[in-house]
Design a protein around this ligand. Structure first.
Ligand code: AMP
Length: 219
């Protein structure tokens, strides 16, 4: 899944993975977990994340290599938040080729920048399951607690401060947006507008990803 911060990649990647019967792998989530465990990698990553900067390519490539080799990724995976640079995309291509795997599709989810900023400012997450909520597009049932963890009060993500939001959008424009051309040239890109309800966007992504076809083939 390719797209700017706040466009809804995480929410949609989880749903797509559940539908296609494969693993959802979020690099942001891996880093936040490492930060919560206070591992050396996690502590360094937190500094970058809180400032809205990307973590080094080498670190990210190593993490993804390890995570995609896990048992739950054997039937395939949806990557959320990786690759974010051309170097990462090249490493992913080499990694898959070495394993005899193929990149099926790159889903490019997009909305305008004003809408992104609005979504990032309103975003809240469950501290337990990390599900993202938004008062407008995806509100929690009671507005304050996770639907699935009623004791968990929703909170903003640490990197959703005004300064970090600005920096992440700048990083996206310079380092990640070139991947749209990169994957268009490779004939892999499918562009999906991220406006609309979570359900509407999901149905468009599902069509473009060919999820139904994949599930049929596997059964
Ligand atoms: P996300 O949860 O995808 O919004 O990612 C949160 C933060 O984690 C980003 O702003 C980066 O600091 C870091 N991060 C996640 N994925 C990557 C990646 N592929 N390359 C570099 N930094 C990343």
């Amino acid at each position: 899944m390719l797209g700017p911060p706040g466009v809804g990649k995480g929410t949609q990647a989880r749903r797509l993975a559940a539908t296609c019967g494969c693993a959802a792998i979020s690099t942001g989530e891996i880093l936040r977990e490492a930060a919560a465990r206070a591992t050396p990698l996690g502590l360094e990553a937190r500094r970058q994340m809180d400032a809205g900067r990307l973590v080094e390519d080498e670190v990210m490539i190593g993490l993804v290599r390890e995570r995609t080799a896990g048992p739950d990724a054997r039937c395939g995976f949806v990557l959320d938040g990786f690759p974010r640079t051309v170097a990462q995309a090249e490493a992913l291509g080499a990694m898959l080729a070495a394993r005899g795997q193929e990149l099926d599709v790159v889903l490019y989810l997009w909305v305008g920048e004003e809408e992104l900023i609005r979504r990032l400012r309103g975003r809240r997450e469950c501290p337990v399951c990390k599900r993202a909520y938004n008062p407008e597009g995806a509100p929690a049932r009671d507005g304050r607690h996770c639907d699935d963890h009623p004791g968990a009060e929703l909170r903003p993500r640490a990197d959703d401060t005004e300064e970090a939001i600005r920096q992440r959008l700048a990083e996206y424009r310079v380092k990640t947006a070139p991947l749209v051309d990169y994957y268009t040239a490779a004939g892999r890109l499918r562009s999906v507008p991220g406006a609309g309800t979570v359900e509407e966007v999901f149905q468009s992504l599902r069509r473009e990803a060919g999820c139904d076809r994949r599930v049929e083939q596997a059964t």
